[in-house]
Design a protein around this ligand. Structure first.
Ligand code: NCD
Length: 312
């Protein structure tokens, strides 16, 4: 363990740029030499505490731990845990900290993982807290960009859709603000613009960004297009959701003016915002992203548990 100090991952800035670089290197080595890592977490247990639904994040964490030779336990909805009886997050986490060596947790309330980290001595990974942050999706996104582009600096990133509630967008901006020469094109309807606490961060960093409503107008400039789903579960009323949900639908026609080496990303799940007709475009990287998610989560588990894998 790093100086016996427990490391958590609550926000992506809990990791330095060098540490992220190290995770990317490990993830790339895992892809090339999976057998080297297959027993690295033997006798270790990962708990996945998911108070909100998930397919990719929970299963990729579990698959990551199993591929490291470790074991997994947990629950996949608040209903199947004692949260449904009124138990607090603090008490749940304090209990699970006695069973598992590391905890990945998703919760609908912003800040819940911070409370969790105060209640246990095992590392806590924020697997998404409300409309706030989602740092392991960002690690996934950074690995995808690094593998596809060979760099994490010098590019124009278009973020499109629900920039207000989209936690993956918030964490990706926080992360990329630390790289050189990144331009942001923020594409959303007025009601789903980036929240003030995020534009404040862009302004403080002196970032180059524009906020626009037209995806077509943005398209030719982009090196990365990051599409997002309108976050239905965070809306106060269904009418607003229905009015806004199909604002952006990416189609092959809309990609006509795009760069030849554009990287099209989406954290998934997709609803309507990318036509399935785009899936066969070689620039569509959203299913490749899910593979990157497994590799980087393997690297993260090793890092937080302080496990070094010896050269074969
Ligand atoms: C995202 C999430 O949960 O925030 N999904 C994911 O983890 N891959 C995006 C979303 O739900 O829209």
């Amino acid at each position: 363990m790093q100086g016996n100090k427990i490391r958590n991952l609550i926000s992506i800035t809990d990791l330095s740029v060098d540490e992220i670089e190290g995770l990317i290197e490990t993830a790339n080595d895992i892809e090339k030499n999976p057998e080297k890592y297959q027993d690295a977490c033997a006798h270790k247990q990962l708990a996945t505490l998911f108070f909100e639904p998930s397919t990719r994040t929970r299963l990729s964490f579990e698959s990551a731990m199993l591929s490291l030779g470790g074991q997994v336990l947990g629950f996949s909805s608040a209903n199947s845990s004692s949260a449904s009886k009124g138990e607090s997050v603090s008490d749940t986490v304090r209990t699970v900290g006695n069973y598992a060596d590391i905890i990945a947790m998703r919760h609908p309330k912003e800040g819940a993982p911070v409370i969790a980290a105060q209640r246990t001595v095992v590392p806590i990974i924020n697997a998404g807290d409300g409309g706030h942050f989602h740092p392991t999706q960002t690690l996934t996104d950074l690995l995808t960009i690094s593998r596809k582009k060979g760099r994490l600096s010098d590019m124009t990133i278009g973020l499109c859709g629900d920039l207000k509630f989209g936690r993956t967008v918030h964490s990706l901006i926080e992360a990329t603000l630390r790289y050189k020469n990144i331009k942001y094109v923020l594409i959303s309807p007025d009601e789903l613009r980036l929240p003030d606490y995020m534009t404040d961060k862009l302004n403080e960093a002196g970032a180059d960004y524009e906020e626009i409503t037209s995806l077509e107008e943005a398209m030719p400039k982009l090196d990365i297009l990051y599409m997002t789903r309108v976050q239905r579960e965070r809306f106060f009323n269904e009418e607003d959701y229905v009015r806004l949900k199909d604002t952006y639908i990416l189609t092959p026609e809309k990609l006509r003016n795009a760069k030849k080496d554009l990287v099209i990303m989406h954290p998934l799940p997709r609803v309507n915002e990318i036509s399935v007709r785009v899936d066969d475009d070689e620039r569509a990287c959203y299913f490749y992203q899910t593979l990157c998610g497994k590799h980087i989560r393997m690297a993260l588990i090793l890092f937080l548990l302080g496990i070094k894998v010896k050269e074969a």
